[in-house]
Design a protein around this ligand. Structure first.
Ligand code: ZN
Ligand code: ZN
Length: 255
């Protein structure tokens, strides 16, 4: 942010857990973008600054593939001029493992797949009681101790061990946040041609690339629409690599 747009980023103490936690003690009630904006505003309230930056991650199963996916949003908020700019980055490069174990289970294979101790772990009882959640575990002896403690306290002796997805314990997530932040820095470098507000970039796409045979509009992207975060200026730009769609995408020629 500093080299790209001259923003000096300073960390602020703010209780972002109130907006939701990965371990599930607090459910996130807002969407990821809304939550990221709220986080940035928490920091601005705490400091009285005018420009804020925050990120929010969503990690879960991919709807199309049997793998985990991490979607990171980084948002820039300017409360003085009243606008927000954001970018997101979606990646399957995320270590997010979970296993249900008992005290006597061999953890070696799981720990290798979870990239432990590089990635932190959480230990909690499988019976769902949140009072015994231990986070940020990075050494094997502590892990063993906690697994037996929690196992003894859990009603069915079973323990869930899972990746601590908080960014400061999850290096694979940090790389995705960095990629999102890098996209955001690039976007902030682009100024609106009308009002010069930073953050000029794609705000949506227009679908409807016409079929080559019958000219019916297909679902393929035709244009990207560039827009401003502050004013109503928009410019559409042809985004398809050809001027018509292959008939295989046409509802009429290939229903
Ligand atoms: Zn057609
Ligand atoms: Zn503008």
């Amino acid at each position: 942010m500093e080299s790209a747009v001259g923003l000096l980023v300073r960390e602020v103490e703010a209780d972002t857990d109130a907006l939701g936690t990965f371990a599930g003690e607090v459910d996130r009630t807002g969407g990821p973008l809304e939550t990221a904006i709220l986080k940035a505003r928490l920091g601005l309230t705490a400091t009285g600054e005018k420009l804020g930056l925050a990120s929010e991650g969503s990690i879960g199963g991919d709807s199309m593939l049997p793998v985990m996916v991490d979607e990171e949003i980084v948002v820039f908020v300017n409360v003085e001029d009243d606008y927000e700019v954001w970018e997101s980055f979606r990646s399957h490069e995320i270590i997010a493992r979970s296993a249900c174990v008992t005290e006597i289970d061999d953890l070696d294979a799981f720990l290798v797949s979870a990239d432990f101790p590089n990635h932190g772990l959480i230990v909690r009882p499988a019976d769902g009681s949140h009072s015994l959640v231990h986070k940020g575990i990075h050494d094997f002896d502590t892990l063993k101790c906690l697994v037996s403690d929690v196992s003894r306290a859990s009603s069915d002796s079973r323990v869930i061990i899972e990746t601590d997805l908080r960014a400061h314990h999850c290096p694979s997530r940090r790389e995705n946040i960095e990629a999102a932040a890098s996209k955001l820095a690039n976007r902030l470098r682009a100024l609106c041609p009308t009002c010069s507000t930073p953050g000029w970039g794609v705000v949506r796409v227009n679908r409807g690339l016409p079929c080559r045979w019958c000219a019916t509009e297909t679902r393929l992207v035709r244009e990207q629409v560039f827009g401003c975060a502050a004013c109503t200026e928009e410019q559409a730009q042809w985004a398809a690599i050809t001027d018509s769609a292959d008939p295989q995408w046409c509802e009429r020629c290939n229903p």
